[in-house]
Design a protein around this ligand. Structure first.
Ligand code: DEZ
Ligand code: MG
Length: 306
């Protein structure tokens, strides 16, 4: 149990030694590599340094708004070479879970989506039938007829067996009403992730957890099964693909209750917290609940380990 985290910024020898412990670096994205469209200083050079040392780099994001292909595109457009196979997103994790793990009745295979195209793309990739999501017909105020149609089941698709909630920039009362009634009809309640906030423009905005929270409240506190970090569903998928020694792997993240907890519960050799996203300093882990192995002010500080 780690109780003290090591501060590495400015410590060249410490950074060199830290990097030498690991063969694989799992990178969170939002709040570590970038904030929205703003790439943090030194990110590209740090990834180039690690790759020049023969380290395996894997991108592990809870952001469900983009598919793995979308993330590959964003990474390369930001100057970070990446392949789709190096990207694991919570939408992919959820699609795999629904298509390969969840046992649904044959007449209840459809997913009602609260979220963006990233979820839709990954469900399509796994041939999982879906409705909702970015359907433009749902981007409207609820109408007086909707109440009766939902109550009677007229506007509910009887094949829906799952409600999957992610970060939804188009969330509204009508979509929440439909999701709630699917859940009341017995649909399985899943979330790509439940991060309460989204780091962007160097501050915080509503996260995926803020999108599913109304449903949790309506269900009397029933939480969805979350398939993003810290769920080990993603860690198992990553290990399955890369066959790495967990003791020689490090998770780098900005959020204690997703990234760092993901690395700790995954039995990784170490975790590194950065202060460019949600976590703002060691005061955030002084309760001793989720303590990283080490921390730096920003990812680019690792360049000192060149
Ligand atoms: O609300 C969210 O979905 C999360 O804040 C966001 O997606 C986190 O992405 P990550 O830091 O895991 O890349
Ligand atoms: Mg993050």
């Amino acid at each position: 149990m780690v109780t003290q985290a090591e501060y590495l910024t400015g410590n060249k020898e410490g950074i060199e030694e830290f990097i030498s412990r690991f063969d694989v670096f799992l990178f969170d994205c939002d709040g570590v590599l970038w904030s929205g469209e703003h790439l943090f200083e030194g990110t590209v050079e740090t990834l180039e340094l690690l790759r020049s040392k023969g380290k395996q780099v894997v991108f592990v994001t809870n952001n469900s708004t983009k598919s793995r292909a979308d993330y590959k595109q964003k990474l390369t457009s930001m100057g970070i070479p990446a392949t789709v196979d190096e990207v694991f997103g919570s939408s992919y994790s959820a699609a795999i879970y629904i298509s390969r793990i969840l046992q649904l009745p044959s007449n209840k295979k459809t997913v009602f989506v609260l979220g963006e195209a990233g979820i839709e793309t990954e469900l399509d990739g796994e041939k999982v039938p879906r409705i909702g999501g970015t359907d433009p017909s749902l981007n409207r105020l609820i109408g007086k007829d909707d109440y009766a149609d939902i109550a009677s089941g007229t506007s509910l698709d009887p094949s829906v067996g799952v409600v999957l909630c992610g970060l939804d920039f188009h969330l509204n009362y009508l979509k929440l009403s439909l999701a709630f009634h699917y859940l009341r009809h017995g649909a399985v309640f899943l979330a790509t992730n439940i991060d309460t906030t989204l780091p962007s423009s160097s501050t915080l905005f509503p996260g995926a957890g803020a999108c599913s929270a109304p449903l949790v409240a309506m269900l009397g506190g029933k939480q969805p099964t979350s398939l993003g970090k810290p769920s080990q569903a993603m860690m198992d998928a990553i290990e399955g693909k890369f066959q790495f020694d967990r003791q020689r792997a490090c998770m780098i993240g900005d959020r204690l209750d997703t990234d760092i907890q993901f690395g700790i519960e995954g039995g990784l050799g170490g975790t590194l917290c950065v202060l460019t996203g949600v976590t703002k300093g060691k005061q955030d882990w002084e309760d001793g609940k989720i303590v990283p192995t080490a921390w730096v002010d920003k990812l680019g500080d690792l360049r000192e380990g060149a």
